[in-house]
Design a binder for this molecule. Structure first.
Ligand SMILES: C[S@@+](CC[C@H](N)C(=O)[O-])C[C@H]1O[C@@H](n2cnc3c(N)ncnc32)[C@H](O)[C@@H]1O
Length: 243
């Protein structure tokens, strides 16, 4: 595929991930992966490790794990890849071809993950997916069942001023006007849920500062997208958990 053909193919896809496909072509994804990636605290090298990316969509993090030397990477998704979601698998397939990738792909629902269906992996990536789950504890149980060692989890969090374990429930489209967002835990709940499904060491490696949350809550309030106090209790967090 020459650069003009690639540019044309890229323009025909609704991207989620910003991805550098070479020839100066960066996909116009809404998720600024170059900003998010450092928050995930990937190791410099995944050499000697197998990696499962759950809810991979365009696959940026799967391709990054491959680039960092993972022995094997399996990218999975369901909602988007089945075509029922906000996007499709077209972006993943195009990037896979252009990057000459060996990342494997499987369309499977989080709830169907098990050692029997996918096997087990040294590292599991579960980023931006937990709050889309109708049954988050069950989803984490399934994710834990296929994690041999290390889970890298990124999620929306809420109720941050509550000390007891608590999850905010969004029966409508309260979180970011997206009806597929169901629940967001606070840190205490996230820790408790991870312990409940069998993780023993849990470390929060990224959380948004209070200053950042104040700025975002004020902007949300000014744009009529929600109350200031509620916004203040919301953010994003990255956790590393080990079995
Ligand atoms: C916000 S995107 C996150 C994409 C990517 N993991 C990231 O961090 O940028 C949520 C992803 O979860 C997927 N997803 C939602 N529900 C799912 C389910 N039940 N099973 C598998 N994937 C699901 C969506 O298709 C979408 O790709």
């Amino acid at each position: 595929m020459n650069p003009d053909e690639l540019r044309q193919a890229v323009a025909g896809i609704r991207w989620y991930h910003r991805m550098d496909l070479g020839h100066g072509i960066v996909t116009p994804g809404e998720s600024d992966t170059f900003r998010v990636l450092p928050r995930l605290r990937f190791p410099d090298s995944f050499r000697g490790m197998t990696v499962l990316d759950v809810g991979a969509w365009d696959g940026f993090y799967s391709f990054e794990a491959e680039r960092r030397g993972a022995d094997r990477v399996l990218a999975t998704d369901h909602f988007c890849w089945r075509g029922a979601g906000w996007g499709t698998k077209q972006g993943f397939d195009l990037a896979h071809r252009v990057l000459n990738s060996r990342v494997e792909a499987l369309e499977i629902d989080v709830i169907d993950l098990s050692p029997e269906t996918v096997g087990t992996f040294d590292v599991v990536l579960f980023t931006g997916v937990l709050y889309h789950m109708r049954h988050p504890l069950l989803a984490l149980e399934r994710v834990a069942s296929v994690t041999r060692r290390w889970l890298i989890l990124e999620t929306a969090v809420d109720m941050l001023w509550v000390r007891r374990p608590a999850l905010a429930f969004y029966p409508g489209d309260e979180l970011h006007h997206d009806p597929t967002n169901w629940w967001a835990p606070n840190h205490s709940a996230l820790r408790g849920m991870l312990e409940t499904v069998g993780f023993r060491k849990i470390e929060v490696v990224f959380r948004q500062s209070l200053l950042h949350r104040v700025g975002r809550a004020a902007k949300q309030r000014l744009e009529g997208r929600g109350g200031f106090v509620r916004g203040l209790g919301q953010g994003r967090t990255v956790v590393h958990a080990w079995r």
